[in-house]
Design a protein around this ligand. Structure first.
Ligand code: AMP
Length: 214
């Protein structure tokens, strides 16, 4: 099964992605994580991408299309993948549509997670991350020990792009560049809309109702 997770920043895509990957044994591919790893390792890609990421803007399509082309060709995704954070623009979606047939792959379903903007701002500004990918919220989902990851004990950090100015920019970018994908995939008949407010487990239950059909 091949899945795309669509939703604004802070919609809980990352959290749901982990749960989906565990239950359905699909490979979780987060382009944000791939880019952040490149930034940490100061690769050429990372240095180029950082300028855009810190400003809450999208990294140019050509770079992302190369990343996804490589990633989908790796053997570990053959039994199914889930893209989290890709595609984010129409050219990215079209490029993916052209890459998949050559790899013998097809997109089964796009889960569109919907959350109102006010809630997204509240969620993102309180979000704290761990290098291991686990995320927390200082108010709604705090770690047991302040500032430390429950899973691996590492120090938590506040993403630069989870700070006030970048958040507003990311939401604007989402509405202008990513939201048109909802219509694009609706026309292809692969969209499932999920209400992303409320309890994490309840949202996951809605997702499983959709994915169990595949
Ligand atoms: P995320 O962790 O998915 O919120 O991504 C963090 C940042 O990485 C985004 O704000 C963008 O700057 C960049 N990024 C991640 N995925 C993409 C993509 N598909 N296209 C362009 N930029 C991306």
């Amino acid at each position: 099964m091949n899945i795309v997770l669509l939703g604004p920043p802070g919609s809980g895509k990352g959290t749901q992605a982990k749960m989906i990957a565990d239950k359905y044994k699909v490979k979780h591919i987060s382009t944000g994580d791939i880019l952040r790893e490149n930034v940490r390792n100061s690769t050429t890609l990372g240095t180029e991408a950082k300028k855009y990421m810190d400003a809450g803007k999208l990294v140019p399509d050509a770079l992302l299309i190369d990343i996804i082309k490589d990633r989908l060709a790796k053997p570990d995704v053959r039994s199914g993948w889930m893209l989290d954070g890709y595609p984010r623009t129409l050219p990215q979606a079209e490029a993916m549509g052209n890459i998949m047939p050559g790899l013998g792959q097809k997109l089964d379903v796009v889960l569109n997670i919907d959350v109102p903007d006010e809630e997204l701002v509240q969620r993102l500004s309180g979000r704290r991350m761990c290098k291991c990918g686990t995320s927390y919220h200082i108010q709604f989902n705090p770690p047991k020990e302040t500032g430390k990851c429950d899973v691996c004990g590492e120090e938590l950090y506040h993403r630069d792009d989870d700070k006030a100015e970048a958040i507003m920019q990311r939401l604007e970018t989402y509405h202008n560049q990513t939201q048109p994908l909802i219509e694009y995939y609706s026309k292809k008949g692969v969209i499932a809309n999920i209400k992303g407010s409320g309890d994490i487990k309840q949202i996951f239950a809605e997702i499983t109702k959709v994915l169990d059909k595949f």
